[in-house]
Design a protein around this ligand. Structure first.
Ligand code: AHR
Length: 320
């Protein structure tokens, strides 16, 4: 109880010491947002959510697309500091390498909010809060679905190929970790190939082609860290004369409309949800932080799992 009170107090102090003079003036809030890029259907939906929420709330959004390059994000953050924005938010391409630029933001008294992806920094006070998904849990959910789905199969070994996300990114590291954690105790589930597909359709297809060339019909399962790579890989599987969803079980993460369409076509077996709709919460957080209100240190999005069996029922409700 005491430690909970202490955590709340610390969060309040963090928010208060970052409170900018804008909280006392009538001018519109200015947020600098550095986005990863436009690599996936998920990312496009995330950008739309953030831009729409800012517009709706009358917040000035300075938006920079990093084209999946950390150096572009560092440049964007420095430019936001120079422009004296009220708050900086960003979705970091990779986990490490942020200490210097975040120290610069702190020295300039500009609060930083992490959206979607986490960072690895030596000083946790370099950002105020994180808003996004629990990627390790997403990996576990994918693993649990597979364990259940394959429990009754007669195969002595089930060969899995894995398409990882961007090297060094939080979702790639965590989704791998969560999945491995769950399948570790199962002697028949074996990952035979694992390589990055950089979260894109084109790369997902290319790497799956290489997997198929090397392993052919030995492959029983594809685990893709996002829907776009799975969709690219599905194409590769079909071009190799195999049936995705049947000859090779396909598991992916995000829950975008493209994945639901693939499930409706019988080509994808399950998608684990990862919500990109972070815009409204981000705007609320920004207002609270700039006003000096206490905010939680981490806000985790609530998400589900959608197997192909529920795709037809769920599809009309999907918002991205
Ligand atoms: O960080 C979230 C991940 O990044 C999504 O799963 C993926 O589609 C995106 O590119």
């Amino acid at each position: 109880m005491q430690s909970k009170r202490r955590t709340l107090l610390a969060a309040a102090c963090l928010a208060a010491c970052f409170a900018s003079p804008a909280s006392f003036a009538a001018k519109p809030l200015v947020i600098g947002f550095s986005q990863v890029g436009a690599e996936s259907e998920w990312r496009t939906a995330n950008t739309v959510s953030i831009k729409d929420a800012a517009k709706k709330d009358g917040i000035t959004l300075k938006f920079a697309d990093a084209q999946q390059k950390q150096e572009n994000q560092v440049k964007a953050i420095r430019s936001f500091i120079a422009q004296r924005v009220d708050l900086i938010a960003f979705s970091p391409v990779v986990e490490s390498g942020w200490d210097t630029v975040l120290r610069e933001a702190k020295a300039a008294k500009i609060p930083v909010v992490l959206t979607d992806r986490a960072v690895n920094v030596s000083d946790p006070s370099l950002y105020v809060t994180f808003i996004g998904s629990d990627f390790v849990e997403e990996g576990r959910r994918a693993g649990r679905w597979l364990v259940e789905r394959t429990a009754k199969l007669p195969n002595p070994v089930i060969n899995i190929v894995e398409l990882q996300g961007t090297v060094g990114s939080a979702p790639a590291l965590d989704r791998k970790k969560g999945f491995e954690e769950v399948i570790a105790g199962n002697p028949k589930l074996k990952v035979i190939r694992s390589q990055t597909g950089d979260f894109t359709r084109a790369k997902g297809k290319e790497v799956m082609e290489a997997f198929l060339k090397a392993e052919g019909k030995k492959i029983n399962v594809l685990y893709a860290h996002n829907d776009d790579m799975a969709i690219g890989a599905i194409q590769a599987i079909e071009e190799a004369g195999l049936k995705p969803g049947k000859d090779i079980l396909v598991i992916s993460i995000d829950g975008v409309k493209g994945a639901f369409e693939a499930m409706l076509a019988g080509k994808l077996n399950v998608t684990v949800e990862c919500s990109p709709l972070l815009g409204p919460q981000l705007m609320q957080l920004a207002r609270d932080i700039v006003a000096g209100k206490p905010v939680p240190r981490r806000i985790t999005t609530v998400e589900g799992v959608f197997p192909a069996e529920v795709a037809a029922k769920e599809f009309p409700n999907r918002k991205y």
